[in-house]
Design a protein around this ligand. Structure first.
Ligand SMILES: [Zn+2]
Length: 268
C-alpha cells in the first residue's frame, strides 16, 4: 500500500494498479477534511458523534477526488456480523446523508455495477477489498474480530461465486490498515472465539507474559487462502492503526471517541 494523493490523503494498493481503468479502490487517511477534534479531520462516518454537515463535506471531498457524484456514495449498517449483500441499482446512494438509510444487516457489500461508490468506515477493524478482474466485480468487507471469528472473508468469497460466478483464482484481495498484533491485546474469551471459528494452520493468537494478542491480518489472509485465493493475489498493508493514529483513526488508541476512515471501491 502506498500514499497516492494528499488532501485528502488516499492510499492505494499496488495489486490493483494495472486495473486503474476499470477500478478505483483504496483507503482514506485522517488528514484533509473539516471535522474538529476528536474526529479531526477526514472522518467519513455518521454514527460516531461527529457533526453531520462535516461528515457530508468530507464524503463529498472523497467523491470529488474520485471524480464521481456524491449521490453514488453507498454504505452499509456495519453490525459486526458476517452477512454480505449484492448492491442493487436502487440502493445506490444508501446512507450517504444519514445512517438510518444505510444498507441494513450487512458488513460486506458486493457489486457488479459501475458507478456505485461502496464504502466501509473503520477505526481498527480490518478492511478487505476484493476485485475479480475476470468478471469485473468487487466487494468491500468490514472484518472486526467478530466478523473474522465468524469467517466473513471466506463467506464473502463464496457469496461472490454465487452472485457473480466469480472464481477465487481471479479475485485479488487487499487487507487494509487496521489494528495489528502489536496492539490488539484481548482476553482469553475473545481469543477462544477467534480461534474456534476457523482451523488456522499458523498461530493467529499469541499467549505471552505480556498478554494475549491476536493477528487479524493473518487470520483473514488464511481464510482467503482457504477460500481458494492465490497467495500472490493478496496484498496486506501491514499498517497498525493504533501505532499510526496520526495517519488513520484508532478506536482503541483514542479511547473509543474518534472518527472513521473509509475503505472504498468503485467499478468504472
Ligand atoms: Zn500497533
Amino acid at each position: 500500500m502506498y500514499k497516492s494523493s494528499e488532501y485528502p490523503f488516499l492510499y492505494h494498493f499496488s495489486l490493483f494498479d494495472s486495473f486503474s481503468a476499470s477500478l478505483s479502490a483504496g483507503v482514506t487517511g485522517r488528514k484533509g477534511g473539516i471535522s474538529n477534534a476528536p474526529y479531526d479531520s477526514f472522518n467519513t462516518a455518521l454514527h460516531c458523534g461527529d457533526e453531520t454537515e462535516a461528515v457530508i463535506e468530507n464524503r463529498k471531498r472523497l467523491c470529488e477526488a474520485l471524480h464521481i457524484d456524491f449521490s453514488a456514495y453507498t454504505c452499509s449498517e456495519q453490525i459486526h456480523g458476517s452477512e454480505s449483500a449484492a448492491v442493487a441499482e436502487s440502493q445506490k446512494g444508501a446512507g450517504c446523508r444519514d445512517y438510518g438509510s444505510t444498507i441494513k444487516g450487512t458488513d460486506a457489500l458486493m457489486t457488479d455495477r459501475k458507478g456505485i461508490l461502496l464504502n466501509i468506515h473503520l477505526a481498527d477493524c480490518v478492511p478487505l477489498i476484493f476485485y475479480d478482474w475476470k468478471k469485473q466485480t468487487g466487494a468491500l468487507v468490514h472484518a472486526g474480530w467478530k466478523g473474522t471469528a465468524a469467517g466473513i472473508a471466506g463467506k464473502t468469497v463464496r457469496a461472490m461465486r454465487e452472485a457473480f460466478g466469480s472464481s477465487p483464482e481471479s479475485i485479488l484481495a487487499a487487507i487494509g490498515p487496521s489494528i495489528g498484533p502489536c496492539c490488539f491485546e484481548i482476553g482469553s474469551d475473545t481469543a477462544d472465539k477467534i480461534e474456534s471459528g476457523f482451523n488456522y494452520s499458523t498461530d493467529v493468537i499469541s499467549r505471552e507474559e505480556n498478554g494475549i494478542h491476536a493477528d487479524l491480518w493473518k487470520a483473514n489472509e488464511e481464510q482467503l487462502l482457504e477460500a481458494g485465493l492465490k497467495q500472490h493475489n493478496i496484498e496486506s498493508a501491514g499498517i497498525c492503526t493504533s501505532c499510526h493514529n496520526d495517519e488513520f483513526y484508532s478506536y482503541r488508541a483514542e479511547g473509543g471517541l474518534t472518527g472513521r476512515f473509509s475503505a472504498y471501491l468503485l467499478l468504472k
